[in-house]
Design a protein around this ligand. Sequence first.
Ligand code: FAD
Ligand code: SIN
Length: 538
Amino acid sequence: MTDFLVIGSGIAGLSFAIKAAKFGTVTVITKGNLLESNTAWAQGGISAVLPEGLRDPDDDCAKHIADTLDAGAGLCHEDAVRIIVGEGAETILELVTWGTEFDRDEHDEERYSLGKEGGHSERRILHAKDTTGREIATSLIETAKEHPNITLLEGHYAIDLITTGKLGSVTDDRILGAYVLETATGEVKTMESPRVILATGGCGKTYLYTTNPDSATGDGLAMSWRVGASIANMEFIQFHPTCFYNPAATGPEARSFLVSEAVRGEGAVLVNDEGHEFVNDHDPRGSLAPRDIVARAIDTEIKRTGASCVFLDVSPLGEHFAERFPFIHETLLSFGHNALEKPIPVVPAAHYQCGGVVTDLQGKTTIRGLYAVGEVACTGLHGANRLASNSLLEGNVMARRALAEIMRLYPPGKEVPPGPEIPEWESGNAAPPDELVNIYHAWDELRRTMQDYVSIVRTDNRLRRAAYRLKNLRREVKEFYWGHTVTPDILELRNLVATASIIIDSALLRKESRGSHHTLDYPEKEERFDQDTVLRRF
Ligand code: FAD
Ligand code: SIN
């Protein structure tokens, strides 16, 4: 038994753990190593309006709020936006206290260097060159390692949540813990805790082309779905406009290397192969319009011209490009592309889930004792399309708020009613009856289906085709793989299929176009859809 069971070691999970450790024992489990998270891959930075004197004199919270609402296309919850944006300065202070070093202004060491990204009207992005996520993740891991109350368990894969509801109670649905696979031994442990914090991140791997690392397989979302938590707005999958397009590479990975939006913030522009700044034809903000608009403009341009990609011209930055974005520059060089000599070929790729497990502004889900924080959660901050660099901010702010609420409702030491006895995990001993290679084929089929039919521009017909294919995959997972020896591959396939189905079902319900959900059948935004799409498994 642990006072707090935290699932995930990104900014959300570790921020929570470090703070909670003052009040009780914390066990953090993560399925890979501690640095395997979307957090560690973040490039552009973290948005925050700093106190007067440190921020851009033209900026204030009201502007950050207005930019977030605008990007969210009418679906943000204004209270969520006000609260999370309002706690930006506190977040930066906290991260700095934990050892994160953000870049300083080259002319004034007392101030931070502030960057800009799409949809932001002012410079307000704190960064550590172009590896901000790694800087934050490393400082959080080091801080967490030092705390005697925190146990960090790598290679521990949460399979399923355990709730009283799942064990048969109809009147008292609360969390009891989770079944966890220790990948090195194959043992499935029952980890008990009356306070479970889900911080499992997003689901980019439901698509063939994604900026996300392999860990982003929608596990937390699928686990929550299986225990009956409410899920919202999963039709809004954000595509990042600028991922390196590398036809010489064989695997999909090379096609999905992110070229940060901060590069456009410093002056780079998107052009077609004739050098025309085509995004200006779609939005007066051009290359710095919100992401959904830019990604759609690229999609339209590629379809119109038949080209494989568009180009990011970094020449307006000159040599500054290599200085300010050394990681991107060097990674591109390793792929054989020198951005100082030729514009970067780019395509959009799946990047972020704007929806997730429904929580209130204290991180509470619809199941007592189960909290969801970070990308896995839907607080209402992002609406139909997330504003750049608001995600790291949300992860830290919501961790702080979730802890405050837990300490109010169920602080460690306060007696919780005993739950029913938890049965041991039942796992068949036999290897899957089918050849293992078929699991990889199923993975591939799923990700291609999502890429082909549930991408930037949708139609009902395409969504229905995807739903049909997913139905078969769901049956296959159930019949061939589930109930046999569990392995991370089987678990991820099961979660990807569940998550993809939720994305498709949500998309089929929204008969309009808004933010990251665009369908040719209903091309306009409609007032009657000014509401979240909420799904729940009964
Ligand atoms: P994550 O950081 O993804 O952490 C999730 C953790 O959960 C991981 O440790 C994972 O291994 C673990 N996990 C998952 N499933 C299980 C399971 N079943 N059992 C155990 N552990 C599990 N946002 C910004 O604000 N600014 C940026 O500049 C920025 N740049 C980005 C660049 C890239 C390339 C990417 C991919 C994303 C970027 N984002 C950015 C988005 C942002 O990084 C993420 O939304 C954010 O880091 C999510 O944090 P998190 O803690 O919620 O999840
Ligand atoms: C980027 O650096 O372009 C990613 C920023 C984000 O996803 O917020």
